[in-house]
Write a protein that binds this ligand. Structure first.
Ligand code: FES
Ligand code: FES
Length: 156
C-alpha cells in the first residue's frame, strides 16, 4: 500500500493506507484522533468535519489520496483543556451545547470561517454553520458564541 504524507495539527504524518480509504477512518481507527465524529457517513451532518487549509471539509467523504501534502486540523489542533481556543471558551461561556456530539464539527466550521473572515456578521455565521446539524437544537447559542469569540479575537 502507498504511503500518504500530510500535516495533522501541525505535525508531519506518514500513513500506509489504501488511497481510497476515508480520512475519518484513518483519523479515528489508525491515528487515535477521535475528535471528528461519525454521524451520517455521507457528507450531510458535519459531525466529522476537519479543517483543510481554511475550509471545513467532511472527513467521512474525503479519500486519503486527496489529503496528500495538505494541512489538516482537527478539534485536537484547535486548543487544549489548558489553553482553549477563544471559540471553545465562548462555547463554554454561552453553554452552547447539550450532548456535544456535533460540537467538534461545529467548532471546525466556525474556526474555518474566522480564518477567512475574522469579523463575520450573524448571517455569515449562520451560513457557515448551515451544513452542521445539531439534534439538540443549540444553534442559536452557538451562533452567539461564535460572534463572542470573533469580538474577543478582534480585541486581542
Ligand atoms: S459523518 Fe461526515 S458529514 Fe456526517
Ligand atoms: S449539542 Fe447535541 S447534537 Fe449538537
Amino acid at each position: 500500500m502507498p504511503t500518504i504524507r500530510f500535516q495533522l495539527n501541525g505535525a508531519a504524518i506518514a500513513v500506509e493506507t489504501d488511497p481510497d480509504q476515508m480520512l475519518l477512518d484513518v483519523l479515528r481507527g489508525r491515528l487515535g484522533v477521535t475528535g471528528p465524529h461519525f454521524g451520517c457517513g455521507a457528507n450531510e451532518c458535519g459531525a466529522c468535519y476537519v479543517m483543510v487549509g481554511d475550509r471545513a471539509i467532511a472527513s467521512c467523504d474525503m479519500p486519503m489520496w486527496s489529503v496528500a501534502d495538505k494541512d489538516v486540523t482537527t478539534i485536537e489542533g484547535l486548543g487544549t483543556a489548558e489553553h482553549p481556543h477563544p471559540l471553545q471558551r465562548a462555547f463554554i461561556a454561552e453553554q452552547a451545547m447539550q450532548c456535544g456530539y456535533c460540537v467538534s464539527g461545529i467548532l471546525i466550521s466556525a474556526a474555518a470561517l474566522l480564518k477567512r473572515n475574522p469579523s463575520p456578521t450573524e448571517a455569515e455565521v449562520r451560513a457557515a454553520l448551515d451544513r452542521n446539524l445539531c439534534r439538540c437544537g443549540s444553534h442559536n447559542r452557538m451562533v452567539r458564541a461564535v460572534l463572542q469569540a470573533a469580538s474577543e479575537l478582534a480585541a486581542s
